[in-house]
Design a protein around this ligand. Structure first.
Ligand SMILES: [Zn+2]
Length: 223
């Protein structure tokens, strides 16, 4: 098997708990696992890290692939420039065609002071057609199959594929195919219940794993 590296970028940091990357205070009847929580609120930086770490573990243990985190520091919110630099260093070593990066996030609407109606799952690439769009479409198609319970998808088909396009620094700066997933809204009560549940969490993980494996098969990286 040729050298191939899969990066997961856990968005933000534990320290960004201070920067409104949190849900409103969780009501007592709503179960959210402790690892996602601090101070009675869901914290995006914690969630992103938990998901990204599990994705790395599965690709390593089940598929024997070289999967890595862009950020292993738990507390600090490492700058986007530094995250990009870490990915591009590997791109420069083994070729950008032998690397992919997926940035893991959950979405928010407003300032975390009230529950809002915005909801759904989405995946982003930068504008223009590249291998990033192929990767994103594989992940999207798995999301469509995996997410049950009438979950909502936020799409943009204007350019012929389902991913939305934005010049986010972390996907714009990396030389390899890159995309960013927004795994539902933690400022929406129903979405938050879903991503806090074991079912929701497993569907998010399975979607990323299966989409990546589809992409690697299509590029003949694995059989
Ligand atoms: Zn985020």
């Amino acid at each position: 098997m040729r050298k191939f590296v899969i990066f997961f970028d856990p968005g933000h940091g534990i320290s960004s708990e201070l920067k409104q990357k949190f849900s409103p205070v969780i009501p007592k009847d709503m179960h959210v696992p402790a690892e996602f929580m601090s101070g009675g609120r869901f914290r995006e930086g914690r969630f992103n890290r938990e998901i990204a770490k599990e994705l790395v573990d599965i690709l390593k243990s089940t598929y024997n692939l070289d999967a890595r985190l862009t950020v292993t520091e738990d507390v600090t919110d490492i700058s986007l420039t530094e995250r990009v630099r870490r990915v591009n260093r590997v791109c420069n070593q083994i070729g950008a065609g032998n690397v992919i990066m997926i940035s893991i996030h959950a979405n928010a609407f407003g300032y975390g002071n009230e529950w809002t109606s915005a909801n759904g799952w989405e995946i982003y690439t930068t504008p223009g057609k590249t291998n990033s769009d192929i990767l994103a479409t594989y992940i999207f198609n798995r999301a469509k199959k995996n997410f049950t319970e009438n979950r909502r998808f936020r799409t943009d088909y204007s350019d012929g594929d389902p991913d939305k396009e934005a010049k986010f620094a972390v996907i714009k700066g990396t030389k390899c195919p890159s995309c960013l997933t927004e795994n539902f809204f933690y400022t929406n009560k129903d979405d938050l219940s879903f991503i806090s549940s074991e079912v929701g969490r497993q569907e998010i993980i399975r979607t990323h794993i299966e989409g990546i494996i589809d992409y690697l098969r299509s590029r003949k990286i694995i059989d």
